[in-house]
Design a protein around this ligand. Structure first.
Ligand code: LR7
Ligand code: MN
Length: 572
């Protein structure tokens, strides 16, 4: 038994020394226990991976009966695991190492069963099987990873196997993007040796997730491809509602609701359908979430119905394989990370498909605050990807992105093939996409000014890295690079960047989510006096004596500190 447990356990180096191969008797329900680090819960079924062969995936009766207190084991039912405050130095080091390597709490993940249970996050509406066609197509599931933690990767795969109807899963294709962590070598192959549906493909060099996904797609044979990140957990009933949409229309690309797996406690927080968001982006070409717009709500009787989404987050979706190929899959010129989600979103809409978020389908994802792995040195990978995206898909609107990067496109390689693809497919224009799919997006060209806002006498510019809502907006020497000094002055008197507006409520000038009702966000510019006049306070924007802060004061055109210049100002 010990032997078998070894195979399922994390690799030596990755296991906290005190936590190896021991089994709990009972873990208190709260899981906020000091003794947790002395115990590792192992489910009866995960000790015996060799028994889980393909032919038996649909019949779980061969599994040992679960321990009496299984639901009390760490993290079961998606509950948080909270480590004690007074850890031994040894344990603390193990916890810190886990954070350093993964940017999430690997130590906690290792305490949780790789086949833990989750709450059922679906609305009652979703559980009526008559909603879904009976002969759904099979999908292959492609999971790319670069140096993923053992327990997290294995849990991702088990969540697919355990919570999908076996007849709907073709293969699970694990694509190793040139990892060097030892547990991802032979140990991984051994672990899955007895799972005929799981295939491991190894990239010949570090490709980045986009080309790794393309490599995975070369092995896909099922009619549908489903991509997942390598730190996900699929919830009950996640797959059928996705496949159903594709079965009804092969040009529908679908995303599950992405539930949050907490990076610290591994708690599974799910979002009910009334809180579902759709994807958007800003002119920095960064993905963003938004509430479902009113116009979209009107199309539905229930919040559980699939909703149109202008973009996808990128990691978790299903697509008809032939349609994906018709769309030219991904641009293989995209490196490491980023931008591919917008590329696929834009072309899905522009080239005859639709993109939906399916509230009945839930998959958890560990959101992290930094990227733990190496990027390329000396190249701005994300910018290169985004420039390729803009060049090919955004027509004239690309210029708004270029303004944000100081007009410096850098070396983005050759995009002629991708332009040809767009032509061959006779895709619609980016303007069509904006007008019809994402009318909520503010278009910089609709602004009366865009670019820097310069305090004329000091050559300081309004500058803030923050989109948060408390820190005062500051000033910085004008640098002409866009970025934190890029502003748009809307026809309705907002000074905005993306969804955030300059807002003054009597204390500091801050950035606050644009609300469109003027008041504290209403500004007027007087070209002759150079004053920036604030609506609700009647005051004017100025720079302080020491030239490092914005202040608001009584308007007086004789004060040079109140004189501003708006870039690209068009008064007509
Ligand atoms: O070089 C790499 N090679 C890889 O194989 C870098 C990453 N990867 C793998 C990695 O192991 C992971 O499985 O690629 C996957 C995504 O990388 P993450 O998890 O570090 O990034 P992320 O979660 O921030 O990624 C989001 O944005 C990416 C943009 O390129 C991709 O589209 C990811 O799939 C996407 N993830 C999601 O959409 C999940 C929800 C997050 C949000 C919003
Ligand atoms: Mn991810």
């Amino acid at each position: 038994l010990e032997d078998v447990a070894d195979r399922a356990a994390p690799q030596e180096a990755d296991v906290p020394p005190t936590a190896k191969h021991k089994r709990v008797k009972v873990i208190p329900r709260q899981q906020n226990v000091e003794s947790l680090h002395r115990n590792v819960a192992v489910r009866a079924d995960e000790k015996t991976p060799q028994k889980l062969s393909l032919s038996k995936e649909d019949d779980k009766s061969f599994l040992d009966p679960p321990a009496a207190n299984l639901e009390d084991s760490p993290g079961e039912l998606g509950k948080p695991v909270i480590l004690p405050k007074d850890m031994s130095p040894e344990m603390k080091k193990a916890v810190d190492d886990g954070w350093t390597k993964n940017a999430f709490n690997q130590y906690v993940s290792d305490l949780i069963s790789v086949r833990r249970s989750l709450p059922d996050p679906r609305d009652a509406w979703c559980k009526d099987s008559a909603l879904y066609l009976s002969n759904l197509p099979k999908t292959d599931v492609i999971i790319c990873f670069h140096n993923e933690a053992w327990s997290v990767l294995i849990r991702t795969v088990h969540s697919v196997l355990d919570r999908s109807p076996p007849e709907l899963i073709g293969e699970i294709i694990l694509v190793d993007d040139f990892s060097d962590m030892p547990h991802l070598k032979k140990q991984l192959e051994d672990y899955f040796a007895s799972y005929p549906k799981v295939k491991i493909v190894r990239g010949p060099q570090r490709e980045g997730l986009i080309r790794a996904r393309l490599l995975g797609a070369e092995y896909a044979k099922s009619p549908v491809i489903t991509y997942l990140d390598s730190h996900c957990e699929c919830a009950e009933g996640w797959l059928e509602p996705l496949l159903d949409r594709i079965a009804r229309n092969s040009t529908t690309v679908v995303c599950p609701v992405i539930d949050v797996i907490d990076d610290t406690t591994l708690e599974f927080h799910y979002r009910d359908s009334s809180g579902v968001n759709v994807g958007g982006f800003d002119w920095n070409l960064q993905f963003s979430w938004h509430a479902v717009p009113e116009r979209e709500k009107k199309r539905h009787n229930s919040t559980s119905e699939p909703v149109y989404s202008p973009t996808m987050a990128g990691g978790l979706f299903s697509i008809d394989r032939k349609f994906f190929e018709r769309l030219g899959t991904y641009d293989s010129g995209f490196d490491i990370w980023g931008g591919e989600n917008l590329e696929l979103s834009f072309k899905t809409w522009m080239c005859g498909g639709t993109l939906e978020i399916v509230p009945c389908s839930h998959v958890g994802h560990i959101f992290r605050k930094r990227s733990p792995y190496k990027w390329r040195t000396g190249v701005n990978v994300l910018k290169k990807n985004s420039v390729r995206l803009a060049e090919v898909w955004m027509d004239d609107y690309a210029k708004y992105y270029y303004q944000r990067i100081g007009m410096d496109k850098g070396d983005f390689g050759d995009v002629s093939e991708r332009k040809k693809l767009r032509e061959d497919l006779q895709c619609k224009s980016f303007k069509w996409y904006l007008d019809n799919v994402y009318p909520e997006l503010f278009i910089p060209g609709d602004a009366v000014a865009n670019g820097e806002i310069r305090n004329i006498n000091t050559n300081m510019c309004i500058d803030t890295p923050k989109t948060g809502e408390e820190d005062p907006v500051g000033v910085y020497e004008c640098h002409g690079q866009g970025g934190h000094q890029y502003w748009m002055f809307s026809k309705t008197g907002e000074i905005r960047r993306d969804q955030a507006c300059l807002d003054y409520a009597g204390k500091d000038v801050i950035l606050f989510g644009c609300h469109g009702s003027k008041g504290n966000q209403f500004w007027t510019y007087h070209e002759n006096t150079k004053l920036l006049h604030h609506g609700s306070s009647g005051k004017c924007l100025a720079i302080n004596e020491s030239k490092d802060k914005l202040i608001m004061e009584e308007c007086d055109a004789s004060h040079l500190r109140q004189h501003w210049m708006l870039e690209n100002y068009d008064s007509s």
